[in-house]
Unconditional design. Structure first.
Length: 345
């Protein structure tokens, strides 16, 4: 057995012990910000180490089932909220069954084609209850979710980006690209992003969760369309700046085609810093195999006030996805090693 595999086995054993600690000890209040599969990866890990977990989810999606529901009904895009709820489902039969149900997509030749069951359920409850937060709490209760899911804003948002070379025929021109789905797939180089409206209201419960947290986790995920948008909601950014919670930024395992092609790990930090220059971090977490040169990353992290923690958090099978148990072990170690603002409440 290689030394890496031996270390992975030890980390997995340590993660198995986290659940017992979670049941018997005070737990940190953790808020995770993001969207899509990146946030799902964090939530699948974090639910293993704390029972006091809140996901704050971006609401700028305009593609697929979410985009169709948003256009037809004028609602928040439910897709990333659904994925977060599925990630918070337990590993028992109840949790896994419901996770599969809400993720199920219809296949047909009619209007239901590619609609996700969870999207329809969430939107139906929004219409019935007239309250985004109450409806999501009710879905979470039905699923037995190990945490709470909140939208970052109560109004649908449009993501716009300044992109150099969006049109390959004009590689040096900078164009405004509209829509999260289009930004995510642009062949050009994203320079910056902003939201429309540019001063969206934050969901009050999301702001309160950040202010009351022990730890805030940002990333991993699509950098310009899932991670940075949280920093473009003024009330949410203000809460992130003034909260006493410690903040950890989790980097992606590899550049994302379209959004961050060619990005080094440190460039991710530089881009984030340009969008939120007042935001300080405490820890930057990265997979050790994804950082060929630690020094530039450490320097970029230091400019944000953060230390770098390298850990094996990728799936051992070589697929560039986070392993939930390894990521849980990394988060748990960071929470314990980098202090707390007081006893876990």
């Amino acid at each position: 057995m290689t030394s890496r595999n031996l270390r992975l086995r030890r980390l997995r054993r340590a993660t198995s012990a986290l659940s017992a600690r979670k049941r018997g000890a005070q737990q940190p209040k953790v808020v995770a910000l993001g969207g899509g599969m990146g946030l799902s990866a964090s939530l699948a890990a974090l639910r293993r180490i704390t029972g006091d977990l809140t996901a704050v989810v971006t609401v700028a999606d305009d593609g697929g089932s979410s985009g169709r529901l948003r256009e037809e009904l004028g609602v928040l895009p439910p897709g990333d909220l659904r994925k977060a709820l599925a990630a918070l489902c337990g590993d028992d039969d109840w949790g896994q069954t419901w996770a599969q149900v809400i993720q199920h997509r219809f296949q047909s030749k009619g209007d239901l084609h590619e609609h996700a069951v969870g999207n329809l359920l969430i939107v139906a409850l929004w219409e019935q209850l007239g309250d985004h937060v109450q409806a999501l709490d009710l879905v979470g209760k039905l699923l037995g979710a190990h945490g709470r899911v909140l939208p970052m804003s109560a109004v649908p948002l449009e993501l716009q980006a300044l992109v150099r070379g969006h049109d390959p025929a004009r590689p040096d021109d900078v164009d405004t690209v509209r829509g999260q789905a289009t930004v995510a797939l642009t062949p050009g180089e994203v320079q910056s992003v902003h939201l429309v409206p540019n001063d969206p209201p934050a969901v009050p419960e999301a702001v309160e969760a950040v202010l009351d947290a022990d730890w805030v986790v940002l990333g991993p995920g699509s950098w310009f369309s899932s991670v940075i948008p949280h920093l473009l909601v003024p009330e949410l950014l203000d809460a992130l700046v003034v909260t006493k919670a410690r903040k950890v930024l989790s980097l992606n395992l590899a550049p994302q085609p379209g959004e961050t092609d060619g990005f080094s790990p440190q460039r991710h930090l530089e881009v984030l810093g340009r969008h939120a220059p007042k935001l300080a971090l405490d820890v930057v977490l990265a997979d050790e195999a994804a950082v060929p040169d630690r020094e530039p990353l450490a320097e970029a992290a230091k400019r944000l006030g953060a230390a770098v923690e390298l850990a094996p958090v990728a799936s051992p099978d070589g697929v560039p996805i986070h392993d939930p148990e390894l990521l849980a072990a990394a988060y748990d170690r960071i929470f314990r090693m980098h202090g707390r603002i007081g006893p876990w409440r």
